[in-house]
Design a protein around this ligand. Structure first.
Ligand SMILES: C[S@@+](CC[C@H](N)C(=O)[O-])C[C@H]1O[C@@H](n2cnc3c(N)ncnc32)[C@H](O)[C@@H]1O
Length: 203
């Protein structure tokens, strides 16, 4: 599901960027390590700010970044122009990376999810697809918004999200396990379970 206007403004605002750069990326790097020289996929890349972090902070060599929204991909194209040759962008669905990038099983060293799977009605399919395209030992970096947050009055009033079958932190982690994505102690919840960050390794 695409973002509405309010969420588009918030997601592309300086405070959100600071949060992503100064808090989320360092925490994810601490939990799962950097991705030096890696071939990475990013699902729901939005305007490409996270893609830049994956290249500059995590040290990936190349990123295939997909988003459902052509307007976001256009913004990402402008933001990432100077990384020519290291980034492939596609309008497409996180549940089908074969359509977006012709991605076979075991293609990527890492997959990044900066707050996008909660936007997908068939969210389990996105987890399954991330697991499918990861190499054995590859890492899934996730930052997610749970059903607890989505049920809060402010979220409901301001933003558009699928309303059925949203996941708690525990349900999301259980789905990772079903797809051989092993997380050990490498995950954290925040603000009473509203947010979930972590790194899982493909068995
Ligand atoms: C909350 S935004 C996060 C954007 C970006 N990752 C960030 O952190 O700035 C969610 C993004 O997911 C995209 N999206 C929603 N459903 C999607 C799907 N099925 N496949 C790929 N992208 C999707 C939206 O268009 C939007 O850009």
């Amino acid at each position: 599901m695409l973002m509405n206007r309010a969420e588009t403004l918030l997601v592309n605002s300086p405070p959100r960027r600071w949060l992503q750069r100064l808090y989320e990326a360092p925490l994810l790097a601490r939990l799962g390590g950097r991705t030096l020289g890696a071939h990475v996929a990013e699902i729901g890349c939005g305007s490409g700010y996270g893609t830049r972090l994956i290249l500059d902070v995590f040290g990936a060599a190349t990123v295939d970044a997909v988003d459902l929204d052509p307007a976001m991909i256009e913004r990402a194209r402008r933001r990432l122009a100077r990384y020519d040759g290291r980034v492939r962008l596609a309008v497409g669905d996180a549940t089908d990376l074969r359509a977006a990038f012709d991605a076979d099983d075991g293609t990527y060293d890492a997959v990044f999810d900066f707050g996008i799977i909660h936007h997908i009605p068939a969210w389990r399919d996105a987890v399954a697809e991330a697991a499918r395209v990861l190499k054995p030992g590859g890492r899934f970096y996730f930052e997610e918004v749970t059903a607890t947050a989505l049920a809060r009055p402010t979220y409901r009033a301001l933003f558009d999200h699928p309303t059925k079958d949203r996941f708690t932190a525990g349900e999301f982690l259980a789905e990772l396990s079903r797809h051989q994505l092993e997380f050990g102690e490498q995950w954290r919840t925040r603000t009473g379970g509203d947010y979930l960050l972590g790194v899982a390794e493909r068995g």
